[in-house]
Design a binder for this molecule. Structure first.
Ligand code: ACO
Length: 269
């Protein structure tokens, strides 16, 4: 089990203080959004903590499970950020609006760091989603490589309805998974995508009964860990690059990865 703190040496904040739990069990790390009384609403502190977990992830970890405590995976950005008072100790959206454009973009980039590392080739990230995954919650699920949904899951990209764009790295995986037309429809209508539809349109690998969610994620995690570690990393890297390469380029990438694999397998023999 591991627990660490975020921030510099001064004013360190534990993950628990920002509503996160972080546990490591061998090759599996579990990040739990743990503010069920607020339906796991997220703040800038949440995103800093997620980024810190990524930066300090123990080297042995191969699978990262992202889950939420309580009835909802995450109700998205904490709506107090919209209020003039904001969240005690944190800047509100009104404060950000006063920043210069590049300083504001820098703040968003920091928040995005909490999501981007979940695509690292050396890990596989799995979102376990029950109940609502709204806005930032939906984007956190999209930041993961795989999504296992309870059949009560409700996905909703609510940002445009609130005058915002989805900016927590969710637009690319959404378009990659469902195509631009369906993504436009889902985002601009801010409608709820249920679990069954999510599976049909490619947003979920698996849909199970809510009581089976943890077990299904455990089974999937165990199956993912059966692959050779270095081969899994190389294969994920290969697959991630495939969409942006031609067939010839991808074939060349396969050759490069395979040469490295076979040389590593037979090194010293
Ligand atoms: N921010 C802050 N507090 C929240 C949020 C949120 N995003 N979502 C829920 N809460 C709080 C509620 O205010 C309530 O607090 P209270 O007990 O002090 O009154 C508590 O969590 C429980 O919420 P309920 O609405 O009672 O829970 P319910 O299960 O009925 O509904 C649901 C859950 C559907 C998620 C609902 O809370 C909701 O619609 N929340 C807002 C979702 C939203 O608009 N998010 C912003 C998306 S945009 C973005 O993420 C950038």
């Amino acid at each position: 089990m591991a627990e660490s703190a975020i921030g510099g040496s001064a004013g360190r904040t534990s993950h628990e203080e920002v509503g996160l739990r972080f546990e490591v069990d061998g090759e599996i790390a579990t990040i739990t959004l743990d503010r069920p009384d607020r339906r796991n609403a997220q703040t800038f502190a949440t995103w800093s903590a997620l980024a810190h977990i990524g930066e300090t992830l123990p080297q042995q970890v191969r699978v990262v499970v992202v889950r939420g405590e309580g009835p909802s995976f995450s109700a998205g950005m904490d709506l107090r950020m919209f209020t003039p008072e904001g969240i005690p100790g944190q800047e509100s959206l009104a404060d950000f609006a006063l920043l210069g454009e590049s300083a504001f973009e820098q703040r968003i980039a920091q928040a995005q760091q909490g999501f981007l590392w979940l695509r690292r080739p050396d890990i596989v990230s799995v979102a376990a989603v029950q109940g609502h995954a709204i806005g930032a919650g939906f984007q956190l699920a999209l930041a993961c490589d795989l999504r296992v949904l309870a059949d009560d899951a409700k996905l909703c990209m609510k940002e445009p309805a609130l005058g915002l764009v989805p900016d927590l790295t969710g637009t690319k995986p959404l378009v990659d998974l469902v195509g631009p037309s369906r993504a436009i429809e889902i985002c601009l209508t801010a409608r709820v995508v249920g679990a069954r539809e999510a599976a049909v349109i490619g947003l979920a690998e698996l849909v199970v009964a809510p009581e089976d969610l943890a077990g299904a994620v455990g089974d999937l995690t165990a199956a993912l860990l059966t692959a050779d570690r270095d081969a899994a990393t190389a294969t994920k890297r290969l697959l991630q690059g495939a969409r942006n390469r031609t067939l010839e380029e991808q074939s060349a990438a396969e050759r490069r990865e395979q040469v490295a694999r076979v040389k590593a397998l037979f090194a010293g023999s």
